[in-house]
Write a protein that binds this ligand. Structure first.
Ligand code: HEC
Ligand code: HEC
Length: 194
C-alpha cells in the first residue's frame, strides 16, 4: 500500500516509487488553506491512517497472542485464498464484522489486510527459506539490524535487499516483501523488549 511503511532500502523504494503522487500545478493562494485543512484533518484523527499493528495490540492482544504474526499462524488458515478461523472455518472478516473485538468497519479492513499480508509473506518464508533458516524472527533478531533505516547483517554489514538478489531464490518483486517481513521482526521486538 502506498505510503504506509517507510521505504527501508532501495529495493522497496524502487517498487514503491510508482506510488508517488503526480505533481500538479496549484495556484499559490490555495496552499495556506490546504495546509490549514491538513492540520485540522490530521489532528482530528478521524481520517488518519490506522497503525495496523497498534490496532491489533490494542483490540485483540488482551485475549489473543501478543503479536499479530503469532495470531495469524495460531488462529487462522488460508483456504481458497480466504483467511478463515481454524476453529470454525468462518472467514476472519466475517467474525470481525459481527462485532467480535469491537472494531469499526474501517478497522476491520485494516486488520484483515494486515492478516493477509502476514499470511502471504509467512508462506513465502516457509516456501523459500525455512529449509535453512528456522524462522524469520530468529534470523532477523539474531543476525540482522536496522541501521540508518536499512536492514543489514549485524556481523556481515551486508545490505539485505542486495544480498537477497543472489540468495534465497526470490523473484525481484518478492525481495521488498521479504525485507519488510524481516524488518518487522526487529521493529516489533523493539516495541515489546522481549
Ligand atoms: C475479550 C476477549 C477477546 C478479544 C478482545 C478478542 N477476542 Fe477473538 N476470541 C476470543 C475468544 C474467547 C475466542 C474463542 C471463541 C470461542 O471459543 O467461540 C475468540 C475467537 C476468535 C476468532 C475465531 C472465531 C471463530 O468463529 O472461529 C477470531 C478470528 C478472533 N477471535 C479474532 C479476534 C480479533 C482479530 C480480535 C481483535 C480485533 C479479537 N479476536 C479480540 C476472545 C477475544
Ligand atoms: C540452502 C540454504 C539457504 C536457503 C534456502 C536460504 N538461506 Fe539465507 N543463509 C544461508 C546460509 C548458510 C547463510 C550464511 C550463514 C548465516 O548467516 O546463517 C545465510 C545467510 C542469510 C542472510 C545474511 C545474514 C547476514 O549475517 O548477513 C540473510 C539475510 C538470509 N540468509 C536470508 C534468507 C532468506 C530471506 C531466504 C529465503 C528467501 C534464505 N536466506 C534462504 C542459507 C540459506
Amino acid at each position: 500500500m502506498c505510503g504506509r511503511e517507510t521505504a527501508f532500502d532501495e529495493a522497496s523504494a524502487m517498487v514503491k516509487s510508482n506510488c508517488s503522487v503526480k505533481k500538479q500545478a496549484m495556484p499559490s493562494m490555495k496552499i495556506p488553506l490546504l495546509l490549514l485543512f491538513l492540520v485540522f484533518w490530521s489532528s482530528a484523527g478521524g481520517a488518519q491512517q490506522i497503525d495496523p499493528h497498534a490496532l491489533y495490540e490494542r483490540a485483540c492482544s488482551g485475549c489473543h497472542a501478543a503479536h499479530a504474526g503469532e495470531f495469524v499462524f495460531e488462529v487462522l488458515e488460508n483456504r481458497e485464498n480466504d483467511l478463515v478461523s481454524r476453529m470454525s472455518h468462518r472467514p476472519v472478516s466475517a467474525v470481525l464484522e459481527t462485532g467480535h473485538g469491537g472494531l469499526s468497519a474501517a478497522e476491520v479492513d485494516v486488520l484483515v489486510d494486515l492478516f493477509s499480508d502476514i499470511s502471504r509473506s509467512g508462506r513465502l518464508f516457509f516456501r523459500k527459506c525455512r529449509i535453512c533458516h528456522v524462522s524469520a524472527k530468529v534470523l532477523a533478531r539474531r543476525k540482522l539490524v536496522i541501521r540508518d533505516g536499512r536492514l543489514i547483517g549485524r556481523y556481515s554489514d551486508q545490505i539485505v535487499s542486495q544480498y537477497l538478489m543472489n540468495h534465497g531464490r526470490l523473484n525481484a518483486d518478492e525481495i521488498p516483501t521479504m525485507v519488510e517481513v524481516l524488518t518487522r521482526q526487529i521493529t516489533t521486538k523493539a516495541e515489546t523488549q522481549d
